[in-house]
Design a protein around this ligand. Structure first.
Ligand code: V47
Ligand code: SF4
Length: 379
């Protein structure tokens, strides 16, 4: 639909003046403010935000849906923190904990066929005995084995611990990791950037200002990053808006965020012990509202492993333009929390079919969003 058709529909079906005003802003290419965003969360129906988000997505990135070919390496699930929503971390000595040696992790990379992946994604628990030198050895080992592979690694929480353990600044941590082969950073550890809420759900880990300072330092040192938002637990709509507002302000300064990734809280095996998960309609509304508010972040990513393939495919009509990677059954973070995909893997052909079946063009990208190959739909 073009903007005139959308305008016409809204005039016919929406009497709420706040919602009409927000739609006008979006269709005129104006930025919506925090109050507008809260109004959308509180009042807007899925069809309303979906139609607008689809329009904005088309303007920004056209019909392209990005994916990449990657594996995840999870070095250890031993963690000094004890976040209530985490189903993954275990204390040292627990029968369910693991810690992989550098040799074991390099073997995971060697097992992939040459040229079958372009990215290794590395995230794990904050292991008390592992610091920046250990991780530098891992990164340089991967680059020695496969120089063309890009490495997207470490949440801000892991970077915070590396800096504390070695008593160096975030910039110094990035300089070492970059020299060893770090290309980009994932968006984990953000949860909700509200310190009162963090005290309740993840009290010991990096606070909001630290998370933001680490991403700013990454951007200033030439490392692009992603940003996540863990939603659907005990946060309010206002806290979601404030979270995205902090990300939007930082992005105005640095332009260093590549993608925003809403992560739906999954309830199995964790101490938050909520009995309900959000209905799908709320996941879709959340994607759409994020697309409307985060006007300066190019990509909205649906992490299909957590959402399931079908919901991820539907999300393409609600502002999403990125599907993350093929993953190859290499992550446990979500399966342990009750995610849809218990053995997540998609072949390249399946990924392309998922995108084509949603009438979109599939584009393989690398970690920095450089196009590798376009797969147009064959009608
Ligand atoms: O920070 C932990 C989340 C994150 C649960 O940047 C949970 O490309 C839902 O950040 N229910 C780590 N979520 C994973 C992550 C990520 C994943 C994929 C791609 C990228 C990227 C980043 O997982 C944590 C936390 O927010 N998480 N427990 C749970 N029960
Ligand atoms: Fe540790 Fe991350 Fe789990 Fe928190 S979410 S306990 S930081 S692994």
């Amino acid at each position: 639909m073009n903007s005139t058709e959308i305008q016409h529909l809204i005039e016919q079906h929406t009497s709420d003046t706040d919602l009409r005003g927000i739609a006008n802003k979006v269709l005129n290419g104006e930025r919506i403010n925090d109050r507008d965003c809260l109004v959308l969360y509180e009042k807007a129906e899925l069809g309303f935000v979906g139609m607008l988000a689809d329009y904005v997505r088309k303007q920004k990135t056209g019909d392209v849906v990005y994916f990449n070919k990657n594996i995840h390496i999870e070095p250890s699930n031993i963690c000094i923190h004890n976040c209530k929503f985490c189903s993954y971390s275990k204390p040292q000595g627990d029968p369910q904990c693991w810690e992989l040696s550098i040799e074991q992790m390099l073997a995971q990379v060697s097992e992939t066929n040459e040229n079958s992946i372009t990215e290794v994604h590395i995230v794990g628990g904050v292991h008390p005995e592992r610091g920046v030198d250990f991780y530098c050895e891992l990164l340089s080992g991967i680059k020695e084995l496969r120089p063309a592979i890009q490495i997207k690694a470490f949440t801000a929480v892991e970077i915070d611990y590396m800096a504390q353990k070695s008593k160096i600044s975030f910039a110094e941590v990035f300089s070492k990791l970059k020299a060893a082969g770090l290309d980009a950073m994932p968006g984990g550890g953000a949860e909700i950037l509200d310190d009162t809420l963090r005290q309740n759900i993840c009290s010991s880990k990096s606070n909001s200002a630290t998370w933001l300072a680490i991403h700013q330092a990454a951007h200033e040192n030439g490392i692009p990053t992603n940003a996540t938002m863990l939603y659907g637990h005990i946060e309010t709509f206002a806290q979601r808006v404030a979270h995205m507002s902090k990300l939007r302000s930082l992005q105005d300064k640095t332009q260093g965020f590549n993608a925003f990734i809403p992560l739906k809280y999954r309830k199995e095996n964790n101490d938050l012990a909520l009995t309900e998960e959000l209905p799908y309609i709320e996941d879709l509304r959340n994607f759409a509202i994020a697309r409307l508010y985060l006007d300066n972040i190019a990509h909205i990513k649906a992490y299909w492993v957590m959402l399931g393939k079908e919901l991820a495919q539907i999300s393409l009509d609600f502002g999403v333009n990125d599907f993350d990677g093929t993953i190859n059954d290499s992550t446990k973070i979500y399966s342990m929390a009750g995610a849809e995909e218990t053995n997540p893997t998609l072949t390249e052909t399946e990924m392309i079919a998922l995108i084509h079946n949603a009438q979109r063009t599939a584009v393989e990208r690398n970690s920095l969003y450089t196009h590798i190959k376009t797969y147009p739909q064959c009608n």
